[in-house]
Design a binder for this molecule. Structure first.
Ligand code: NAD
Ligand code: UDP
Length: 341
């Protein structure tokens, strides 16, 4: 197949490009490098079946030749990133998705949207099955991302209904692994970078909020299965192993053997209190489930960061300046500092 991967130079997108190239597909990676990095795809640039196109998919997707599938991953994904680029995030969820759907339609190609667990907002149903409609603040600080993805889902569903386009929607839950930027502001990267730098781990709120963390290799297997199927979805892709943020901090400290303290900072506005996917549908329709444990996946991610000490050290100031306590992003003053357990 010849597959267009938007956001292919990002964290998930670059691993997806790798997986597709490895099994013999041709890949056209379209990315504007706003949060992605050329370094993530450097090893693919000379590959005969890999093409890189620098473009903003909200404006144009300059792809010629046959297309069998379009995997639309382009979008800022980390809260500090989408807070920094609110209009761009809304644009890529709306106009960008429209462009990708039009490309798929022109070629009669399969279209897969990388949606998110954020469509469930701060969920009142726990764990979250796909038929839960969510609890989202449409004008809050996170709405730029949540509503962009909800609109992208609506647009995808409308195209499926009106033109019988072969579409699929996956809702991705927190995923982590090598190639994440140490300063991207997400909790896994921040905690690992802070631990390796000997800095305090910044817990927002009291650390009792939960997330369910999926290792990237597992997630990419699910994405590939979705590209190969005709399943419309939405399908949750995530690891149902749920942890509090406080437990994650302890695990990172154990795996890095760091002696960092933990610091408590204000909880960002509308930060979901809990999140865990129901993955029965993914198991049934894609035969998919995650197999990598948190210890194993985090261990591999820690090693990736250890191998890049300069990058991790350079992330120090960026992490400190990039925290979010709502719509604006001041560096928060610590409200409490305690010794790690
Ligand atoms: P990322 O920031 O590493 O990757 C996003 C990529 O999209 C980057 O390479 C960026 O440069 C590119 N991009 C952004 N806007 C673009 C535009 N207008 N035109 C072209 N390229 C553009 O983030 P990620 O974690 O790899 O996320 C990839 C996708 O998966 C996103 O759509 C995100 O919403 C979704 N997702 C990720 C997670 C997760 O935990 N990683 C969870 C839920 C959903
Ligand atoms: N978080 C935290 N410290 C950080 C970064 C994030 O405690 O340095 C919290 C954040 O408030 C949220 C959870 O960790 O409750 C996951 O945050 P992340 O930004 O990784 O993803 P999302 O909120 O999109 O699930």
């Amino acid at each position: 197949m010849r597959i267009v991967v938007t956001g292919g130079a990002g964290f998930l997108g670059s691993h997806l490009c790798d997986a597709l190239i490895q099994r013999g597909d041709s890949v056209v990676c379209v990315d504007n490098l706003s949060t992605g990095r050329r370094g993530n795809i450097e090893h693919l640039l000379d590959h005969a079946k890999f093409e890189f196109t620098l473009a903003d998919v909200s404006t144009d997707i300059p792809v010629t030749g046959p297309v069998d599938a379009v995997a639309h991953l382009a979008s800022p994904a980390s809260p500090p990133d989408y807070h920094r680029m609110p209009l761009e995030t809304l644009a890529v969820g709306s106009r960008g998705t429209e462009q990708c759907l039009a490309l798929a339609e022109r070629h009669g190609a399969r279209f897969v949207l990388a949606s998110t667990s954020e469509v469930y907002g701060d969920p009142q149903i726990h764990p979250q099955p796909e038929d839960y409609w969510g609890h989202v603040n449409p004008i809050g600080p996170r709405s730029i991302y949540d509503e962009a993805k909800r609109f992208a889902e609506a647009l995808t569903s409308a195209h499926r209904r009106t033109s019988q386009l072969n579409t699929g929607i996956v809702r991705i839950f927190n995923t982590y692994g090598p190639r994440m930027r140490p300063h991207d502001g997400r909790v896994v990267t921040s905690f690992i970078a802070q631990a390796l730098n000997g800095d305090p781990l910044t817990i927002y709120g009291d650390g009792s909020q939960t997330r369910s963390f999926c290792y990237v290799d597992d997630l990419v297997r699910g994405l590939v299965a979705m590209i190969d199927s005709t399943e419309p979805g939405p399908v949750n892709l995530g690891n149902p192993q749920e942890r509090t943020v406080g437990e994650l901090a302890e695990l990172v400290l154990r795996l890095t053997q760091a002696e960092s303290k933990v610091e408590y900072h204000p909880l960002p506005v509308d930060d979901p209190a809990r999140r865990r996917p129901v993955i029965t549908r993914a198991q049934q329709v894609l035969g998919w489930q995650p197999v990598v444990s948190d210890e194993d996946g985090l261990g591999r991610t820690v090693q990736y960061f250890r191998d890049r000490p300069q990058e991790v050290e350079a992330a120090r100031e960026l992490i400190a300046g990039g925290q979010l306590d709502g719509a604006v992003l001041p560096a928060p003053a610590p409200v409490d500092v305690v010794q790690a357990a």
